[in-house]
Write a protein that binds this ligand. Structure first.
Ligand SMILES: [Zn+2]
Length: 283
């Protein structure tokens, strides 16, 4: 373990949350895929340094334990069952995976333009198998639409149908949390998530303390040190979180075809991290 300060400044009363997307499998145009070896090294280093993962219900219960974090995966690709969950189980770690419920057991037609490949999502039997081993599953919407751009009825449909699919198949615990696609959330989305009976909502790098607008730090491919930026309190961690914020706002992890537009977006974001991206320069 390198000499890295590991104590996390509690910005909210909730422990830190890391967000990975795809682990292993084919390379892609975007930046959200982490190599299996990098992921294994990071998790092993965290376990050796005394970090422990929380279940979703432990996370939701206020407590003062140090060196705990919520490990999350978005999109629910099938490769998690091959490349990520076994590594975690060996370390006695757990994770929460946010599923795009209309795509469970299907290929990723929703983002095939970013990955080039038709990738398989986890199936319900795989999900149930890992759930029996203590892994949590929750909502990432029904079809991965950016909720902030939808009208109220469409947001409600995304949130409710996803929650219904999860609770019907996995029971009420699976209806507690939602990770908003692209981390895109605003007060209107929060209000609708609350009326759809979600208790926890995960947005982008910057939360506001509201349990339905919690922060998460995405781990992009450049975040390949032993301790991901989201769990570091040093200057590198701050810088890494700022870059992750800019990347998340610009929805990298997406397409090189719009690289020029995105490069402009990053420049704007890094210069003015607190300002909102204009809709026409976001993804
Ligand atoms: Zn997603």
């Amino acid at each position: 373990m390198r000499s890295v300060r590991l104590d996390v400044a509690a910005l909210t009363t909730f422990p830190p949350v890391l967000c990975y997307h795809r682990i292993g499998g084919p390379l892609e145009l975007g930046v959200t895929r982490a190599g299996r070896a990098v992921f294994a090294r990071q998790m092993t280093a965290l376990a050796r340094a005394g970090w422990r993962t929380l279940s979703l219900s432990e996370f939701a219960t206020p407590h003062a334990a140090r060196r705990t974090f919520l490990l999350t995966f978005d999109d629910g690709y099938a490769s998690l069952a091959e490349h990520a969950y076994p590594i975690l189980a060996d370390l006695d770690f757990t994770a929460t995976t946010f599923l795009i419920t209309d795509y469970v057991g299907r290929t990723n037609t929703w983002d095939v333009q970013y990955t080039w490949n038709r990738l398989q999502h986890l199936s319900w039997p795989q999900i149930e198998q890992w759930r029996a081993r203590g892994f949590d599953f929750a909502s990432h919407g029904a079809t991965h639409r950016r909720l902030t751009w939808l009208d109220d009825a469409a947001i409600e449909a995304e949130l409710r149908s996803s929650r219904e699919a999860l609770t019907a198949r996995l029971g009420p615990e699976a209806g507690r949390a939602v990770a908003y696609p692209f981390g895109a959330v605003n007060p209107r989305v929060v209000a609708l998530a609350q009326s759809a009976r979600y208790e926890l909502g995960f947005g982008g790098v910057r939360g506001n303390g509201n349990p339905l607008q919690l922060s998460r730090v995405p781990v992009y491919f450049w975040d390949a040190g032993d301790v991901p930026f989201g769990l570091r309190t040093d200057a590198l961690g701050s810088l890494g979180r700022m870059v992750a914020h800019a990347a998340n706002r610009c929805a990298v992890g997406t397409s090189l075809m719009r690289l020029h537009k995105k490069a402009r977006c990053y420049r704007n974001q890094l210069r003015m991290p607190d300002q909102r991206v204009r809709k026409d320069s976001a993804d």
